[in-house]
Ligand binder design. Structure first.
Ligand code: BTN
Length: 326
């Protein structure tokens, strides 16, 4: 008996119970075999209710992303127009990098239902379970001096927070450089990876992870305090295709603004969403902790920090934490 046959049988009952005995008779299989297949369907995201004496009932299906659903929602000219959707990849950033090396155009997008080796910033892994998040990477081919690449990191954070706010009513803050938080818990992360040749930027891969519909039990224990999904924060299941279309739309608009008017308007938008500026913090840099008050953003994307002795210092890479005595 294939899972598909069992599923068709449950679907045919449109939400009514089918007894184990009936399934067993119709499909000519044992009760144990049915139970095993039911467990597999559940692991794929089907919700099946099992009630003694009544049998099984299909109450929910996994929401799969499909290009049929996504493409009509796209309002962009370039971003996401060349798109690949995978059931499973190691990391969508790696898939886009391969396509970029083969000459794929700017705006190329790779989306995956699940990543087996999702990467985060600072060498961390990124938890990317199946069917519930938005795990995707976008290819950019900017005409930008290499040292200014971090400006795109900040642009991406603004694009994502504006897009999420279009889809769900949530107060989203940007923690420098590009973590999106809701009430202090992380809802989304961005990983920019670039390729350069002879000091020239060749392309940039913008990896975006949005915890859309994850439930508490989808997170490993160590993330439960720190992370939250849009669904957990609002009680609403998010239409992932709509969210992806909103991200691409915001991204394309901000990128056009950036190309036309430079970093200044992006900086202003980033500052308006920032929860890092003007609050005492400890910046955990690779060289050790720096305590102070972040005061502004530099053109390099670095954070200008006022130290307790009144001097200033720019931090380029760090994890921002709160101070013990703010
Ligand atoms: C972070 O906050 O540490 C960045 C997380 C970035 C995760 C996304 S998910 C899609 C893309 N592919 C990856 O392997 N990482 C990024």
């Amino acid at each position: 008996m294939s899972r598909q046959t069992l599923l068709s049988l449950l679907e045919a009952e449109s939400g009514a119970y089918v007894s184990g005995e009936e399934i067993s008779r119709k499909l000519n299989v044992s009760r144990t075999a049915i139970w095993k297949q039911i467990r597999k369907l559940e692991a794929e995201g089907y919700e099946i209710e099992a009630v003694p004496r009544l049998g099984y009932r299909l109450i929910g299906k996994p929401s799969r992303l499909s290009l049929h659903e996504l493409l009509p929602k796209l309002a962009t000219r370039e971003f996401g127009r060349n798109v690949k959707l995978f059931e499973e990849v190691g990391s969508t950033n790696d898939e886009v990098r391969k396509l970029a090396e083969d000459g794929a155009p700017q705006g190329t997008l790779v989306i995956a239902e699940r990543q087996t080796r999702g990467r985060g910033r600072m060498g961390r892994s990124w938890h990317s379970p199946a069917g519930k998040g938005v795990w995707m990477s976008l290819l950019l081919r900017p005409q930008l001096p290499l040292p200014l690449t971090p400006q795109l990191t900040l642009l991406a954070a603004v694009a994502l927070s504006r897009a999420i706010a279009r889809v769900v009513p949530l107060p989203i803050g940007i923690k420098w450089p590009n973590d999106l938080l809701v009430n202090g818990r992380k809802i989304s992360g961005i990983l920019l990876e670039s390729a350069a040749e002879d000091e020239r930027l060749k392309y940039v891969v913008v990896g975006m992870g949005i915890s859309a519909n994850l439930d508490e039990e989808d997170y490993p224990e160590e993330l439960r305090e720190k992370a939250v999904s849009l669904k957990m924060a609002t009680g609403l299941t998010v239409d992932r295709a709509e969210l992806i279309a909103a991200v691409l739309d915001e991204f394309e608009r901000l990128y056009a603004l950036f190309e036309e008017r430079g970093f200044a308007p992006i900086r202003a938008l980033w500052e308006a969403h920032s929860i890092t500026l003007h609050r005492p913090a400890v910046l955990h840099t690779p060289q050790g902790p720096v305590e102070g008050v972040p005061e502004s953003l530099e053109d390099s994307g670095g954070l200008r920090v006022r130290l307790p002795d009144g001097s200033e210092r720019t931090v380029y890479s760090a994890e921002v934490g709160e101070t013990a005595n703010p």
